[in-house]
Design a protein around this ligand. Structure first.
Ligand code: NI
Length: 194
C-alpha cells in the first residue's frame, strides 16, 4: 500500500524517533508499505517519520545510482545491491573528509541543495529480522544513510544549509507545508489551504 508522504512543516519530522522491538505491530507490513511508497516516489530512501511514525526505522535502495556513470565501477556495483532495512540505527563514528553532494528529500519536493557530510561512517543497526549488524559505509551509501539517519533524529537536510540559503528557501518551504507544490506522488501537508 502506498502511504502519503508527510511534507515539510509537520511536527513528526522534528521528533527524535524511538527504538522499536520485534513486537512492533505489523512491522513486516509497514516495511513493505514503506518500500512501495519509496519506489512509487522514485526515492532512494524513506524514513518512518516521513510516513508519520516517530520510530527508528528507514529503508534504502540505492540501485538507481548504479547507473550513474560519474561513479567508479566498484561503487556502482556496491550501490546496485545496497537495498536494506535499518532498525534502531546508530552512527558509532563518522570520519574522513567532508564532501558536498546535491541532496533532495521526498518530504521537501522540488528543492535540491548541496550538503556537506563526512565520507565514512561506522554504523550499528538491526536488519528486518531484528538481527544485529555492524558495518562501515563510504561515499554515496554513507551519504544516503546519513540523510535517512538525520530523519530519525528530527533533522532535515535544509537545516544544514547556510543562513543565507535558508532565508532564500523560506517562502518555498512555507509553500510546501501549505501544499502549494507540484508533486507526482501522494503527500500529506500540515498547513493545507484549500
Ligand atoms: Ni529525506
Amino acid at each position: 500500500m502506498i502511504l502519503p508522504i508527510v511534507a515539510y512543516g509537520d511536527p513528526v519530522l522534528r521528533k527524535v524517533a524511538k527504538n522499536i522491538d520485534a513486537n512492533y505491530p505489523k512491522i513486516k507490513e509497514l516495511i513493505e508499505n514503506m518500500k512501495e511508497t519509496m519506489y512509487n516516489a522514485s526515492g532512494v530512501g524513506l524514513a518512518a517519520p516521513q510516513i508519520g511514525k516517530d520510530i527508528r526505522l528507514f529503508v534504502i535502495d540505492a540501485s538507481p545510482f548504479s547507473e550513474n556513470e560519474e561513479l567508479e565501477e566498484e561503487e556502482r556495483a556496491f550501490l546496485k545491491d545496497f537495498n536494506q532495512v535499518f532498525i534502531n540505527a546508530k552512527i558509532i563514528e563518522e570520519e574522513g573528509e567532508e564532501w558536498e553532494f546535491n541532496e533532495g528529500c521526498l518530504s521537501i519536493p522540488n528543492i535540491n541543495e548541496d550538503v556537506s557530510r563526512n565520507e565514512t561512517i561506522h554504523i550499528k543497526y538491526l536488519d528486518e529480522n531484528f538481527e544485529e549488524k555492524e558495518e562501515t559505509l563510504g561515499g554515496l551509501a554513507a551519504r544516503i544513510f546519513q540523510h535517512e539517519y538525520d530523519h530519525i533524529e528530527g533533522i532535515l537536510f535544509t537545516d544544514k544549509l547556510s543562513s543565507l540559503k535558508k532565508r532564500l528557501l523560506k517562502k518555498k518551504l512555507e509553500n510546501i507545508s501549505k501544499g502549494k507544490v507540484d508533486v507526482a506522488y501522494r503527500m500529506r501537508f500540515p498547513n493545507l489551504k484549500k
